[in-house]
Design a protein. Structure first.
Length: 399
C-alpha cells in the first residue's frame, strides 16, 4: 500500500547575497538605460523600415542586402569553413580571408550550431544585439560624464550617424563599439581588469582596437607620472597593480591574432602583408590626399569642408575636457581611419565607433528650449540617415 505520509520537500537553496546584489544592480542599470535603448531601437527601426520599403520598390531582397554582401560574406565563409579562402585579382594582388578578425565569425558559427539560424542570420542577430549593448554602453559613458539626458541623446545620435545603416548589417561595427564603450566605462569606474579583458575581445574583432589599447596605456602612464611628480611615490606600483594588469592584458587579443597569422603563413610579418594586399597599410594620409586632389573642385571642397567639421568636433571634445581615456580613444579612432591607404568609401564607417565625437552635439541639443525640439531634431536626423542608408545599400559599392 502507498505510504500516506507526505514527503517533505527540501527548501530551495537561498540565492547567494553577492549574486542577488549583482542581479539587483544589473536591473537598476537596465532600468536607467531603458530610455536610451528605446530611442536607439526606434531610430534603427526607422532606418530598417525605410530601407525595406525602398528595397521592395526596387525589387531587391532587403535581408540579403543586410546579411549577404561585401565583408559579411567573408565573415560567413570563415564561420563555415575556417581560414582557407583567398581570391586573386586581375592585377595579381591576393585578397586573403586572414584580413578579417575571428570573433564575429566565431559567434556566427556558435549561434548557427545551436539555433535554426544560418550563419548570415546569426551575423544579423549578433550585430543587432551588439547594437543595443553598444547603445547601453554609450549611454553609460554619457550619463556618467554629463547626466542621464545626455546619455540618452548620445545613444540616439550614434544611431543616426550617417553610416548607421552598417549597424543593421552583419558587420563588426556594433560588436566593436559595444566592447569599446563598456571598456571605457570600466576605466572611468576604476575597473581596469574588466577594461583590459574587454580590450582583448575588441582586439579579436577589429584592428582599430589599437585605439582602445592606446587609451588605456596613455591614461595609466599619465596617472603614474602625476602621482610620481606629486611626491606620492611610496608603493606607487603596488597601489596600481590592477591598473597595470589591465594595461598588460589589453593588447593580447590583437597580438594573438597577429601571431596566429604569422604562424599560419610562416612569416613574422604576415599579418601586415595580408593587410597591405587589401590596400590597408598605413601611409600617413597620402592616399586620402591623393583622393581629394583627384576629385572635381566642388567635390574636393565639399570633402575638405567635411574634414574641417571633423576637426572642429575633435577641438570641441578637447575643449569639453573629456576624460583622458575617452578623448584619446575618440581621437585615435579618427587618426587610424584617416592615415590608412584603404578604400575611401569605408572611412566614415571606420570612424563610426568614435562615439565621443558626438558628446559636444549631444550636450548642445539639450540646450534647446523644449524636449519636443530635441526630439524633432533627432527625428529629422533619423529620416535623413535612413534615406542615405537605403540609397547606399541599394548601390553597387561597399560601405
Amino acid at each position: 500500500m502507498p505510504d500516506n505520509q507526505t514527503a517533505t520537500r527540501s527548501p530551495a537553496p537561498a540565492e547567494p547575497p553577492r549574486r542577488r546584489e549583482l542581479r539587483h544592480r544589473a536591473a537598476v542599470a537596465l532600468t536607467a538605460a531603458a530610455p536610451a535603448l528605446g530611442v536607439y531601437a526606434a531610430v534603427r527601426v526607422i532606418g530598417l523600415l525605410v530601407f525595406w520599403a525602398w528595397a521592395s520598390l526596387a525589387g531587391k531582397d532587403a535581408l540579403h542586402l543586410l546579411s549577404g554582401r561585401w565583408d559579411s560574406v567573408w565573415y560567413q565563409r570563415i564561420a563555415e569553413d575556417g581560414y582557407r579562402y583567398s581570391v586573386t585579382l586581375p592585377d595579381g594582388s591576393v585578397h586573403s580571408d586572414l584580413a578579417f578578425f575571428p570573433l564575429l565569425p566565431a559567434l556566427e558559427r556558435g549561434i548557427a550550431d545551436v539555433t535554426p539560424l544560418t550563419v548570415g542570420g546569426a551575423g544579423l542577430l549578433v550585430a543587432w544585439f551588439a547594437g543595443l549593448l553598444a547603445a547601453w554602453g554609450i549611454f553609460a559613458v554619457g550619463a556618467r560624464l554629463h547626466g542621464r539626458r545626455t546619455g540618452v541623446v548620445l545613444a540616439a545620435l550614434w544611431g543616426v550617424y550617417p553610416t548607421a545603416f552598417v549597424q543593421s548589417m552583419a558587420y563588426t561595427e556594433t560588436l566593436f563599439t559595444a566592447l569599446a564603450a563598456w571598456a571605457l566605462y570600466a576605466v572611468l569606474t576604476g575597473r581596469w581588469i574588466v577594461a583590459g579583458a574587454l580590450c582583448v575581445l575588441a582586439g579579436l574583432t577589429r584592428p582599430s582596437a589599437a585605439a582602445l589599447v592606446a587609451a588605456l596605456a596613455i591614461t595609466a602612464a599619465v596617472t603614474l607620472v602625476k602621482e610620481y611628480r606629486a611626491g606620492d611615490r611610496e608603493g606607487l606600483l603596488r597601489r596600481h597593480v590592477r591598473m597595470l594588469l589591465g594595461v598588460v592584458i589589453a593588447p593580447l587579443g590583437w597580438l594573438a591574432y597577429v601571431v596566429f597569422v604569422a604562424v599560419r603563413q610562416d612569416s613574422p610579418f604576415a599579418y601586415f602583408e595580408v593587410q597591405a594586399q587589401w590596400g590597408n597599410s598605413i601611409d600617413g594620409g597620402r592616399a586620402l590626399a591623393a583622393f581629394i586632389l583627384g576629385l572635381p573642385l566642388p567635390a574636393a571642397l565639399g570633402l575638405c569642408a567635411a574634414l574641417g567639421l571633423l576637426g572642429w568636433l575633435v577641438y570641441l571634445c578637447v575643449r569639453q575636457r573629456q576624460p583622458l581615456p575617452v578623448l584619446v580613444y575618440g581621437i585615435a579612432i579618427v587618426v587610424i581611419s584617416l592615415i590608412g591607404s584603404g578604400y575611401f568609401g569605408s572611412r566614415p564607417r571606420l570612424m563610426m565607433p568614435a562615439f565621443p565625437l558626438l558628446l559636444p552635439p549631444a550636450v548642445a541639443l539639450l540646450r534647446l528650449r523644449t524636449t519636443a525640439r530635441t526630439a524633432g531634431v533627432l527625428a529629422a536626423l533619423a529620416l535623413a540617415s535612413a534615406a542615405y542608408g537605403a540609397w547606399t545599400l541599394l548601390g553597387s559599392g561597399p560601405p
